[in-house]
Design a protein around this ligand. Structure first.
Ligand code: CO
Length: 468
């Protein structure tokens, strides 16, 4: 084994929470362990972004910004990390550049140090604005991490990934991350990729993010470490495995035997796990953790599709009383993906491809009916596809001679009005710029949250006066 230092990003507060229990962990449940986690020696703690923002407003009655500020206060010594979907921020549509810039500015102001930025299609024009804003508003601690959505296809070769990493380095990213959301990266693939990337980018730190979904993560991580990876993402052991990350303490133990330094404090990481253990049991008892998400699903390796996508398809087919079409629908996925130019199967593309495959099979004919989302994709609204979209499919959607739009043209980038408009719409419901941003990202949930917040305060006020 190479004896170079390997650092850990702890994911229990974000990705483990999101993968195992749909991000339903309230702040109150984990706040007491934060000062301990601050002493663990992690490279960073991933605690925000992804689905946390939506979940706070929609289900947990929490202000996501306040959550971030509280974590910041409790963990002054640890790099706090977020996941950002480039021009889509934390949602599914493209926002104008001024909104993206403001969001990044406020994220840093409220306590984020590491912003991991990705685009579902690896169309790097969609992560440029967020990168520039990170550089503009960042401080000494700020890290802009350029992230690649990993997938397998005839056009996704090691050479192509190495080129992508060179491009990200040239754009000015401080670190590079491979994001294997489906957990389908094998040890052999990790070896080729990490060696190739390290050779090409020199001293830029390389990070591997994978999931245990298919059971391969531990092998893949060990091979990545042996190939020179700098940082790996893991979750405290009681929140590890299944659809989550590999276990922090377990990999730490293995690396210690090899004499590989990690910077982790063994006592502290064990305490962190002790803290979360009863919480996990509580969530299982309440039905918040589905036992299915804790197992291993090797089907994803055969069909190269993420576990979540399969369960989605099964649910759809059951609803339609058409489970007998499951095998045919599964076999249809590679064809649809090829026709679409091999997009990585990450949200929202995984759902889009899965649904279209089901529709094709049920209709008994390809693309007799095409979903609105797929039409928008072919129109170019999401960015440039990794490979050419099938010609006939393009003609069906765009008409003969029709061309896709440029999702980054001047009109799409237009700035200035969104923030003002949102502020005016909210009136006195919004108290801060952060409130306005919550509203821009999730209008209905944010408005409801602000209304309830106001009502609660008025009730308290009435109560106090009566008491007096
Ligand atoms: Co993930």
């Amino acid at each position: 084994m190479v004896k170079k230092k390997v650092q850990f990003t702890e994911t229990v507060l974000r990705d483990a929470n999101q993968s195992l229990m749909a991000t339903r962990m309230p702040y109150a449940d984990f706040k007491d362990i934060l000062p301990t986690m601050d002493k663990a020696g992690y490279y960073s703690v991933e605690c925000w972004g992804g689905a946390t923002f939506d979940s706070c407003l929609r289900y947990l009655d929490e202000d996501p910004w306040e959550r971030l500020r509280n974590i910041r206060k409790a963990m002054p010594n640890t790099r706090l990390q977020m996941l950002l979907r480039g021009q889509n921020l934390l949602g599914y549509k493209h926002y104008h550049d001024d909104v993206v810039e403001k969001f990044v500015e406020l994220s840093i102001k409220n306590g984020i140090d590491v912003i991991r930025i990705f685009d579902a299609l690896n169309d790097f024009r969609n992560i440029e604005t967020a990168l520039k804003a990170t550089k503009k508003y960042g401080n000494k601690r700020t890290v802009a991490s350029g992230c690649i959505s990993y997938t397998q296809s005839p056009v996704h070769t090691v050479k192509k990934y190495v080129e992508m990493c060179k491009e990200l380095k040239k754009m000015g990213f401080d670190t590079l991350c491979l994001k294997d959301m489906a957990g389908t990266m094998s040890p052999q693939e990790a070896e080729g990729l990490i060696k190739g990337i390290k050779d090409a980018v020199g001293d830029v730190p390389v990070i591997l993010h994978t999931h245990c979904t298919t059971g391969m993560a531990y092998m893949t991580l060990m091979k990545a470490i042996d190939s020179g990876v700098d940082v790996i993402d893991t979750a405290t052991s009681c929140f590890s495995n299944g659809t989550s990350q590999a276990a922090t303490e377990t990999i730490f133990y293995a690396l210690q035997q090899y004499g590989i330094p990690t910077g982790l404090n063994e006592d502290v990481i064990n305490k962190v796990n002790d803290y979360f253990k009863p919480l996990k049991q509580k969530y299982i008892d309440k039905g918040l953790i589905n036992p299915k998400s804790m197992g291993t699903d090797s089907q994803a390796l055969v069909y190269k599709v993420p576990g979540g996508m399969l369960s989605n398809m099964i649910a759809n087919l059951k609803d339609l009383n058409a489970m007998d079409k499951f095998d045919a629908a599964l076999a249809e996925i590679p064809a649809v993906r090829k026709d679409m130019g091999y997009p990585p199967l990450v949200t929202p593309l995984s759902q889009m491809v899965g649904n279209q495959a089901v529709t094709n099979v049920l209709m008994g004919q390809r693309y007799k009916q095409i979903s609105k989302e797929i039409k928008n994709y072919i129109k170019g609204e999401y960015g440039i596809a990794p490979a050419e979209v099938d010609h006939d499919l393009q003609v069906t959607v765009l008409g003969e001679g029709g061309k896709p739009i440029d999702c980054r043209d001047e009109d799409k980038k237009r700035t200035g009005e969104d923030f003002k408009k949102a502020k005016a719409e909210l009136g006195d419901l919004a108290r801060t710029e952060e409130d306005v941003m919550s509203y821009i990202c999730y209008p209905d949930q944010a408005r409801k949250f602000f209304q309830e917040r106001k009502a609660k305060e008025e009730n308290i006020a009435v109560y106090t006066i009566e008491e007096a």
